[in-house]
Design a binder for this molecule. Sequence first.
Ligand code: HPA
Ligand code: ZN
Length: 321
Amino acid sequence: MIRKAELHVHLEGTATPLLVRQMAEKNGAELDPTTFASDGEYRWSDFWDFLKCYDKAASAIRSRSDYQLVTYDYLRRASEEGCIYVETFSSPDHAASVGISYEDHLLGIADGIDQARDEFGIEGRIIVTCVRHLGPESALNVAQQVLDTPHPYVVGFGMGGDEAQFHPKDFAPAFNLVAESGLPTTNHAGEFGGPDSIRATLDYLPVSRLGHGVRSIEDNDLVAHLAKIKIPLELCPGSNVSTGLYASVSEHPFNQLKNAGCIVTLSSDDPPFFHTSIGKEYDQTAAVFGYTDEDMKNITRNSIQAAFCEDSLKEKLLKLV
Ligand code: HPA
Ligand code: ZN
């Protein structure tokens, strides 16, 4: 099996509908019935509705041990598909909305990483994220928590949520605070926003990677610039197809961006919401674009080189590829 590495996956977004229902039942947490369709899968219509569905499902996660379970369960599934490294986005705002402290949410995820490493050998790290549509003040608050409670598994800072809200410069105080402490950052840009959203991110935020960045394809000069500055793109074709950005993986610009010299990586984003997995992403991308095993290994190598973890771990992972 091809060894895989994943840089862009939202932790709450990895929880399967089954796991969410089990946690809700255990916690006596009432789940909004509109969370699921009649077949038991997550129900949402467009990206904005997806964000709402995500919040409803995430509300079932109620404790440090729940965070451990969600993390462990995802790393187990990823490992079964040949994944050796996952950098997952944590969201302290989601934890706080159900009364879980920053520390408990973080330690639960770390527990899950430790348990999965012990049992499956897979390695994990955390990128703490803020939620763009909650605004710059919330973002700054999350950034401050990252600094106040350092943890060896927290290797970066990022931002997800609704790209249409606010301007990247509004989040410069949060991103700069974290960057000045030495942690690298990434931002969702060029998913639902166009090339201007990517340019604004590069102009105002100290990012070392781009979440998606896929819509750079609409601007040739921007693609050339991204290739020149070698900023890795966290591409998630299955997610983009699922949310309606592209009609099919064959219409996804993954191959065009790769051929243009951009550093491409491959991730699943929110796998059960998008009916995908890291294994499926690798299989589909290889099949659709005719990539060889060596091509796919090079994508894994890109991801490991672009990872925010320590160099000694990267060297160890690269040897496994
Ligand atoms: N995109 C943006 N924000 C998100 C996502 C996503 O796929 N998942 C959770 N928050
Ligand atoms: Zn994402």
